[in-house]
Structures are given as structure tokens and as C-alpha cells.
Design a protein around this ligand. Structure first.
Ligand SMILES: [Zn+2]
Length: 223
């Protein structure tokens, strides 16, 4: 590869752009080599690549994998938190209300590269800062665009929010359906899993934890 430039500025502006999915430029990925190896992998599985329907599949598969793993361009939590701190606002002193934000996620499991997807709910008690409402889904998106386990995803999201906001308390709930449990192995029909990460006031104070968990019960069921 001729070019090893990391394209840092492009990465930053992709990360902080408002609206739309994370359009990571990924200048360091060798697309042609990836496409070649994916083509070889399909051949090993006796997939007929001359079939009209499959002719473009290695190219499409490569493009989709490049997008779905773009979180690997943003693995430095220190750098991530410095960037996202630009999108934070100061709170009034003494404001210790619980801030709750939710949304959806979809990612690929680290073990089988099959999708799992569902909802997340993040709750935090601000210390000195709050973060713009669109940024928490972006933080989740950065981490979901890697090969993941639900447990790791929830912890990665919590670590990043903690590094940005240093909140008095932080809770991350995730509930998701895992296709690797449905499509292979034991073929379990019930593939719903829940993960909870609780820190600070959510660990110490039962009332705060209860308040968050009752929000999860109300909103998490729409998964
Ligand atoms: Zn799996």
C-alpha cells in the first residue's frame, strides 16, 4: 500500500457530523486485498461465483464489512473523549437529575460474525457536564461497529461516557437478540439477552438504581 496516512481530520469530522450513520473514510483498509480473500473464502465453501446473483458478492461483502468494522478506526478512548468533550455543556451547580437517553444498536458478534441487535438505555447523573443528546447514540455507534459481545459493548460505551463526563453515576442497559444463538449450534428460539453496567451512584444508592431499572422496564421492552 502506498498510503499509510491515517486521515485523522476526516475521522474526527465523520465522528462529530450531525445526523446519518457514521461515514468513516477508512483510508488504511486495503479494499482489493480484502475482496480477493473474501472471494477465495466463498470458493472454499463451493459457492458458485459465476452465478449472476453472486458475481458482485465479494465486492459487496467487502464494502459491508468495511463499514461494519469502522469502529476499529476509533479505538483510542482518550482521543474519543477529548473530541466528544467539545460537544458537552456545563450544568448548573447542584444539578443532580438523572439524565436518560435511549436508542437502538446493531452489531456483529465477535465469535461467529453474525448479527445481534436491540435497544440501549443510558442513564447518568451529571457531575459538571452534560453531553448533547445526539452524541450518546454516536458513541454507541462507534463501538457497535466492531466485532463485539453485548457485555463488551456495554462496557465500552460506559468507559467512553465516563471518560468524557466523569459523572456522579452511570448506568448502561442493553437488551438484544442474538442470531448466532438462533441460526447455529443449539438453535435456541429465545435469544434475548440483557446486560447491565452500573457505576458510581447507581451502585451505591438503591433508590437511584431502582429509578433507572424502572425506566428500563418501561422502555426496554420495546426491543
Ligand atoms: Zn456468536
Amino acid at each position: 500500500m502506498a498510503k499509510t496516512h491515517f486521515g485523522e481530520r476526516e475521522l474526527e469530522s465523520a465522528l462529530l457530523a450531525e445526523g446519518g450513520p457514521l461515514a468513516a473514510p477508512r483510508p488504511t483498509v486495503d479494499r482489493e486485498k480484502l475482496q480477493h480473500h473474501l472471494r477465495e473464502a466463498l470458493k472454499l465453501l463451493h459457492v458458485d461465483l459465476d452465478n449472476e446473483n453472486l458475481r458482485e458478492t465479494p465486492l459487496r461483502w467487502a464494502q459491508s464489512l468495511i463499514t461494519l468494522t469502522s469502529g476499529y478506526d476509533y479505538t483510542d478512548v482518550g482521543k474519543l473523549s477529548t473530541l466528544f468533550r467539545q460537544a458537552c455543556e456545563s450544568t448548573d451547580d447542584g444539578c443532580q437529575n438523572l439524565v436518560v437517553l435511549g436508542g437502538t444498536y446493531k452489531t456483529l458478534c465477535a465469535h461467529h460474525i453474525l448479527p445481534f441487535f436491540g435497544r440501549f438505555i443510558v442513564g447518568y447523573i451529571p457531575n459538571k457536564h452534560i453531553i448533547g443528546a445526539s452524541k450518546i447514540p454516536r458513541i454507541v455507534e462507534v463501538h457497535m461497529r466492531k466485532l463485539q459481545s453485548q457485555e463488551h459493548l456495554a462496557h465500552d460505551v460506559a468507559d467512553t461516557i465516563e471518560a468524557i463526563l466523569d459523572p456522579l453515576g452511570l448506568a448502561v442497559w442493553m437488551g438484544g437478540r442474538h442470531l448466532c444463538m438462533v441460526m447455529r449450534g443449539v438453535e435456541q428460539e429465545s435469544s434475548f439477552m440483557e446486560t447491565n453496567v452500573l457505576r458510581g451512584a447507581f451502585l451505591r444508592d438503591e433508590k437511584t438504581r431502582h429509578e433507572f431499572m424502572s425506566i428500563v422496564t418501561r422502555r426496554g421492552e420495546q426491543a
